[in-house]
Design a protein. Structure first.
Length: 478
């Protein structure tokens, strides 16, 4: 037993000494991308006094001040199958990490065996020999991490699990933005349906007055046909608007994990499109690159791909495994309980894919190419994130200016309608002229409604481009 212990201690000491022989590349961080943008310290398209260069908040949709929207986003984050799928992938990656950690330790398998053999006689005469053998014990195996294949495999699994966590955050960002944009689109189309109905009512009233004038001989049949055609066109516009409303209702139900139609009653009553806050926190390019989930996922994938190269490189070199057997047994059943019948076996085994005709080296070249792909994917993710942010900020700034101009036009149309209404009361303007002015006001209101929706959607796009809207689960700690 002392000799066995000494050999075990010697093997462990040898393993500790040889573990420093790890091969393959070490991950030293992601490549530098868009250094000019980081050095500049601000977004090019954020040159507006209303955009404050400070980090944003995660639950950005609460800044819109719409409790119904907040409830919908929370329901989607809690019940959407896309989130469940991403969460399950995290559990899968963590299980892989556990398996890789366990692979570094010795494994033992209980074993019970019974062997019966009948041997023929050694000569032509005599009886054959019968032999029974009983054994109860453990079979143990352990691979020496000679060149770091196991430890780097653990690193790869850990970084892959971290990438899956970032994937979940990215799914949360996309989902919260999609719910908010769909909700805004629903409120916009509901408002346009109401305005379209008001426009049709004004046109019917105007058509009725024109028919009266035609009866008195002061209007032509052409006037009637022109107004009738315009009315029918306005009524026809209600059909696709209703279809769009149903489409958005169905999508919101699906996004929140419900069947289509489940939210019809809840969202049937029209509500105004929520407007973004007066100031928007946008941060800076460096913060964007560090925090945006899809960029973090690409960076973790690059780190894992680097570890995969090291694992493949280590598999090109010799591997040493130890096989051990510890058991009690003999030719009678009682021998399995006799300490004097202890059997021990220790067998080191060397394996090396030296004559595999280049298969191991080809595997290393393949993983190296995959690592280069991961690096390119990371660079694409960074540049794409910066492009998204700059484009979203530019659109948001321009749409705020557009809404301001259209609001001024709506106010002017409203003043004109009020002034002409006074003239109608005084008898210096015809009612039919007032209807024309009211229709112009209605057209201005429709334009403002659409501009409000576009502005809010652009604000949502800004928050999505900044990678906001996620709450991370506990990261793997093993």
């Amino acid at each position: 037993m002392r000799a066995t212990s000494s050999r075990l201690i010697s093997a462990l000491a040898l393993a500790a000494c040889l573990s420093a022989c790890a091969v393959g590349p070490r991950y030293a961080g992601p490549p530098r991308v868009a250094e000019d943008a980081v050095a500049r310290g601000r977004f090019v398209r954020a040159g507006d006094a209303a955009l404050v260069p400070t980090p944003g908040i995660a639950r950005w949709w609460e800044t819109l001040g719409d409790p119904v929207l907040t409830t919908l986003v929370d329901d989607a984050l809690a019940h959407n199958p896309r989130i469940d799928q991403a969460t399950a992938r995290i559990r899968e990656a963590q299980a892989t990490l556990d398996r890789q950690n366990a692979a570094r330790l010795p494994s033992a398998t209980p074993n019970a065996a019974y062997l019966h053999a009948h041997l023929p006689p050694l000569s032509g005469n005599g009886d054959g020999t019968s032999l029974s053998f009983y054994n109860l014990g453990l079979n143990a195996t352990w691979e020496l991490d000679l060149f770091g294949a196991l430890s780097r495999g653990v690193d790869q699994a850990r970084r892959t699990a971290e990438a899956r966590v970032a994937d979940l955050a990215d799914a949360q960002v996309s989902l919260s933005a999609q719910v908010a944009q769909t909700y805004v689109a629903l409120r916009d189309v509901q408002a346009r349906i109401a305005l379209n109905d008001r426009s049709a009512a004004l046109q019917r009233q105007q058509l009725g007055l024109t028919r009266d004038r035609y009866g008195r001989g002061v209007a032509s049949a052409l006037d009637i046909e022109r107004l009738d055609g315009a009315l029918r066109n306005t009524e026809a516009q209600a059909v696709p608007l209703g279809a769009q409303r149903d489409e958005y209702l169905n999508l919101l139900a699906t996004l929140t994990g419900r069947a289509p139609g489940a939210l019809d009653a809840t969202l049937a009553a029209p509500a105004p499109v929520p407007l973004p806050p007066a100031t928007v926190a946008v941060g800076d390019p460096a913060t964007l690159i560090a925090n945006r989930p899809d960029v973090r996922a690409a960076e973790r994938q690059l780190a894992a791909a680097t570890d995969a190269v090291a694992v493949s490189k280590a598999r090109e070199l010799p591997a040493i495994r130890f096989l051990g057997l510890l058991g009690l047994g003999g030719t009678s059943p009682g021998d399995v309980f006799d300490p004097g019948k202890l059997t021990t076996l220790a067998a080191p085994m060397l394996s090396w894919s030296l004559l595999d005709f280049g298969k191991a080296r080809a595997a290393t070249r393949a993983t190296s190419a995959q690592r280069d792909q991961a690096e390119a994917a990371y660079r694409l993710a960074v540049l794409g994130a910066l492009q998204d942010a700059e484009t979203a900020l530019s659109r948001f700034t321009s749409l705020r200016q557009q809404l301001a101009s259209l609001s001024q036009a709506e106010a002017a149309a409203a003043r004109a309608a009020r002034l002409n209404a006074l003239r109608v009361q005084a008898g210096t303007s015809a009612t039919i002229d007032q209807l024309d002015i009211d229709r112009q006001l209605l057209a201005a209101q429709i334009a403002v409604t659409q501009a409000r929706a576009q502005l809010t959607n652009s604000y949502i796009g800004v928050e999505k481009s900044l990678g906001l809207g996620w709450t991370p689960p506990p990261a793997p700690t093993r």
